[in-house]
Each structure stands twice: as structure tokens, then as C-alpha cells.
Ligand binder design. Structure first.
Ligand code: SF4
Length: 502
């Protein structure tokens, strides 16, 4: 296979989630190369059509299939001249960008939302063909890693997401444990659950696989298992194809799916799912998976985000120092952006249009913290100091949202979806949902709620129960007047339902 990147002939890329859905693929022998690439992470601008020749790219947003045909016709009529094609096309490009002719990342200048201060881990998304190894090779991928360099990066790289065995913690110590443990090490890529991880599996699978392979070589594992939700079928198909196309793969790679339930992303429940156990329960620790993991072997479990950061760090000689942030909720379309760690949550909202006036946001995943202040840096220390989650997401709530109803639904979800293994979480989430429902009957007991959440967060076996009370705790801290108003019989937002019936 040959790369489309260092190419003097015109190339049209069509970027959208579920790539290849509507692209009339054409080879260079037909004058203009037309090819499908993955999503940029910003569905609001997609299908995004880029027209590239000799270091110049025109970006056309929100293109219909008819637009794609019109742009191809315009480029052919213009003899491959990007500027002339832009004049001829019936659609106006959002931007025309000059760049290195051999660029291996999507040039994003001038496209709101894509135009963040950093785009390293997401750089190939919307630019490289996800399963074509030539494009990734042209971006300096597939280089055999130096284990010392891997360990050095692992000393400062921290795990991304609650599905990562080293959530927010440096990785190298756990890697050393696996190297010293008895047995045959395994590397699990836990791609279950978050929008950003699914995006990477779907749009930049070689980054993820390269990170996993580098790690497997470093800890002398001979097996990599990519684990994802069965509901994410496009990501699963894409990463399977990428693994099949990975040149001279030095370890075995299997792709395994698990049930779509939220809890199935918890690292030890992921192991249960991979082993084929129908009843998903978190495993007691110690020993942790790094000593006794998949089928009893020492096992590392990292998210695609973690491994893609590792791959980019190895390629570039240093970690990119960025965080992926997914913005969802009351917005025009969910967006995943990459930000320097000192950018704020508010910077991430530049990528979306809000549906209504901003009231609050749940920051850091399903069990993140509620806040109205998004002037918080996206690095994990700043988020934790503000009692927010570090999952890499902002769920926006417009002003007509009732926060009592919102946290009630979260508590009900936790009560219904926990695995039932430990009492603080199993009973605590049920009691929490009950206490929130009682508010609608005029019984508001903030001290009881506080104490219950404290017990859950300090006594639960896994992160599910540790975090499940945070939305309520943080909402009470900043928005207590809404709870008091409900106990007095009215909803300030004028919109809520009984949380247990909603
Ligand atoms: S905290 Fe919840 S999800 Fe985790 S083991 Fe206990 S009951 Fe299961």
C-alpha cells in the first residue's frame, strides 16, 4: 500500500464517523484521489471534505454526497488547482490552509472547534486512512521501541480514564511490577466506554496499537487484547482491520467485545468480560491485575487514550502534554477536542454551540462533579482540587435543566447498574436515590446525604461506588437552594420529574 500523504497529485479526503459510508473512492489513476478517513472528533463539521495539493488544503464542512461530487467535479475542471476549485465549487470552503506538502496531520487553522492550541494525539484523525499502514508509516509510525525510552515516558505519563488500571497515576511503577511478576504478561487495551477512546479506535487505531505493542515489548508480553463494547461495532471493525494490516506484528493481537453496560469498563470487570464470565463483578485487590490478572497472568490495562499518548511520545521524543476533552449534553453536537493541559474546561466549550444558556456542567464522566465554574484547567490536579472528575468530559446543562432531577437520575442509574458485590455501593446507591426522592415529599436531609456519600466514597471496592455520590455531593455544595426549593414544593427550573420515575 502507498501513502497518500507525500503526494503531488490532488487528494480529496472525506472525514466522518463510520468512515466509508458515503465516499465514492477513486484512485490517482482517475486524476483525483478520493478517499475515506475517520472522524475528526467534531461531528458538527462533518462530513468534512478536504482538498489537498502541494501543501495547500481547502476545508469544506458539512458536505452532503452531492457536495462531495460537486467538489470532485470542480477540482477536475480546475486541473487540480485547489484555489481554482474552491472558486468553481458550488460550496465555499471554511478555510484554505498552507502547510508542509508532507503534512501528516489534519491542518485545522480557520475551522472553529478544530482549531485548538494542540492536536497531536488527534492529529491523524480526519487525515490519515485509519487502517492503511502506509499513511501511519509516513507519520513515523511502527518504529521498534527502545524499552528504556518507554519506561522513561511511563514515569511521567499518567493513565487516562477510570477504565485505566493507573487512572491519573504514573504508569512505570505498575509496568515494573508486571516485569517482575511470575507468569506470561498480557496487555489489555480497554476501549470500553468513552467517546474519546472510541474515536481513537475508529480514527487512529494504529496510534493505539503502536502504544500497546511498544508496551508489550517492554514488559515482554506476547499477547495484546483490545477490549471494546459490542455496541461500538464500527470501532471494533476498524481496529480489527488495523491489527490485520499492522506490518510484522511482533505480538498476538485479539479484539474482544463485552456487554455495553457502563460498569463493564471497570478494569477488573473488563477482565471478567474478556474471560467470558456472564456475571460482571469487580475483583478484590490486592493482588491487583498487575500481579494476578487475565487468566491469572500479570496484566496491564490501559485505555486507548493512554496508549496513544505513549505512541505519540515515543515518536516525538516527548509526551504531548495534552488532554482529550469530550463536550456533550445541551450542545449542537458532541465534540472531542485536544487541549494543552493548562487550557480550561471553558476553552473546550469553544468547540460547540450551546442549546440554551449555560447553567452548569457535570465534569469528569457519569459520576463527575457539578459546577457552574468552567475556569478550571483540564489537568487532573486542578480538576481534583475543584472536586471534579478527571474522565475527560464536560456534560453541559442549559438553564432549563433541573439539577435535582439530574442528580436523581444519576443516583438511580448507579443503584440499577452497580455490580452488587459490595454493600456500601449496592445499598448506598439505593438509599441515595431514596433520599433524593424523599425531597419531593418535603423531606430534605442534607446531613444524611453527606454522610452516606462519604461512606460510599471511602468504603466501596471499586471506582464505581467511590465516585457514584460525587454528582450529588457537588450539586449540594453549589446548588443547595434548588434542593431546598424542591422540599418546599417547587422546581426553580420548572421542568423536573420525580427522579425515580424519570
Ligand atoms: S463499588 Fe459498586 S460496582 Fe464496584 S464492586 Fe462495589 S457494588 Fe460493584
Amino acid at each position: 500500500m502507498t501513502s497518500i500523504i507525500p503526494n503531488q497529485k490532488p487528494v480529496i479526503r472525506v472525514s466522518e464517523s463510520g468512515f466509508r459510508r458515503s465516499v465514492p473512492e477513486r484512485g490517482a489513476d482517475q486524476g483525483v484521489t478520493v478517499t475515506a478517513v475517520g472522524s475528526t472528533g467534531l461531528p458538527a463539521v462533518e462530513p468534512l471534505v478536504t482538498v489537498t495539493q502541494a501543501g495547500e488544503t481547502a476545508l469544506y464542512t458539512q458536505c452532503s454526497p452531492a457536495d462531495v461530487e460537486a467538489i470532485i467535479d470542480a477540482l477536475e475542471a480546475a486541473g487540480g488547482d485547489v484555489d481554482d476549485a474552491a472558486d468553481r465549487a458550488k460550496k465555499t470552503p471554511e478555510a484554505v490552509v498552507d502547510h508542509e506538502p508532507t503534512a501528516t496531520r489534519l491542518p485545522t487553522a480557520g475551522v472553529p472547534g478544530l482549531d485548538t492550541r494542540a492536536r497531536s494525539v488527534l492529529g491523524g484523525c480526519g487525515w490519515r486512512r485509519p487502517t492503511n499502514p502506509a499513511d501511519y508509516e509516513a507519520a513515523a509510525g511502527f518504529e521498534p521501541p527502545d524499552p528504556e525510552a518507554v519506561l522513561e515516558l511511563g514515569a511521567s505519563l499518567r493513565g487516562r480514564g477510570w477504565g485505566d488500571l493507573c487512572h491519573d497515576a504514573p504508569l512505570a511503577e505498575t509496568w515494573e511490577t508486571v516485569r517482575g511478576a511470575a507468569g506470561s504478561p498480557v496487555v489489555v487495551v480497554n476501549g470500553h466506554g468513552t467517546t474519546a477512546d472510541t474515536l481513537l479506535l475508529e480514527s487512529a487505531p494504529f496510534e493505539v496499537l503502536d502504544g500497546a505493542v511498544a508496551l508489550a515489548r517492554t514488559v515482554e508480553a506476547d499477547s495484546v487484547i483490545v477490549y471494546a463494547s459490542a455496541a461500538d461495532d464500527r470501532a471494533v471493525d476498524t481496529v480489527r482491520e488495523a491489527a490485520a494490516n499492522y506490518p510484522e506484528l511482533p505480538v498476538g493481537v485479539d479484539v474482544v467485545t463485552g456487554p455495553p453496560e457502563y460498569r463493564a469498563a471497570e478494569p477488573t470487570m473488563a477482565l471478567e468480560a474478556i474471560e467470558g464470565n456472564h456475571r460482571l463483578e469487580a475483583r478484590l485487590r490486592p493482588p491487583g491485575p498487575e500481579e494476578v490478572g487475565l487468566h491469572g497472568q500479570p496484566t496491564l490495562i490501559h485505555t486507548p487514550r493512554t496508549l496513544a499518548h505513549l505512541a505519540v511520545g515515543l515518536r516525538e521524543g516527548e509526551l504531548p502534554g495534552t488532554r482529550l476533552l469530550t463536550v456533550t449534553g445541551d450542545v449542537d453536537a458532541t465534540a472531542t477536542v485536544e487541549l494543552p493541559a493548562d487550557d480550561t474546561l471553558a476553552d473546550g466549550l469553544d468547540a460547540v454551540d450551546l442549546n440554551g444558556r449555560f447553567k452548569a456542567a457535570r465534569v469528569g464522566g457519569r459520576f463527575g462533579g457539578l459546577t457552574s465554574d468552567l475556569d478550571v484547567a483540564v489537568d487532573p490536579e486542578s480538576l481534583a482540587a475543584a472536586d471534579l472528575g478527571t474522565e475527560g468530559s464536560v456534560h453541559v446543562l442549559a438553564e432549563d435543566r433541573c439539577l435535582v432531577e439530574f442528580v436523581g437520575k444519576t443516583a438511580t442509574f448507579a443503584a440499577e447498574e452497580n455490580c452488587g458485590r459490595c454493600v456500601p455501593c449496592r445499598e448506598g446507591t439505593t438509599q441515595l436515590a431514596g433520599l433524593l426522592r424523599d425531597i419531593y415529599d418535603g423531606s430534605y436531609a442534607p446531613e444524611k446525604i453527606d454522610e452516606l456519600v462519604r461512606v460510599m466514597s471511602t468504603s466501596s471496592i471499586c471506582e464505581f461506588g467511590v465516585q457514584a455520590g460525587r454528582p450529588v455531593r457537588t450539586a449540594l455544595s453549589e446548588f443547595e437552594a434548588e434542593f431546598e426549593a424542591h422540599a418546599d414544593g417547587h422546581c426553580p427550573a420548572g421542568s423536573c420529574l420525580d427522579p425515580l420515575e424519570a
